[in-house]
Ligand binder design. Sequence first.
Ligand code: FES
Length: 170
Amino acid sequence: MEVDCLGPLGNGFDFEGFDNVILTGGGTGVFPINFAYETLTAAGKNVTVCEGFRNASQVILNQPSYILTTDSGDTGIKGTVIAGLDTIAIYDPSKTLICCVGPIPMMKAVSAWASEKNMKCLVSMEQRMACGVGICLCCTVKVKDEGPDGFKNVRCCKDGPVFDSREVVW
Ligand code: FES
């Protein structure tokens, strides 16, 4: 069987300048989070992973060092990823980056959590994409803008998918 694919497309997480990285995700977001964990640990970075699932039967790619949360509480910490993030000791917020991939409500909550702690947060938006190269405009994301509307639409596939969470209009 032959598979035709295009990529990688768009931008990615930029970890430059941060000593500590917290990776957090849920749903299909655990796949890129796991990949980022393996890449960063191979590069010698200090990485903490916190992942959230609905219940034990949905847990995938979990590693012993990961902080695990479930809505049901049948494994790991009961609650959302915020309950897991609250267990992490943050020694220097200015040197700590949090990256999140997951459902919009999760990324919004993680963004607010990071903002409270004065930490930079990058989110990888999971819009539906058709062309993947910036032509069809089906993947737009609203980001803050100084114009009259207070926001502008940007293309997730071309301008993202990774955005500073403070720029996103949630
Ligand atoms: S998927 Fe077509 S513009 Fe983004």
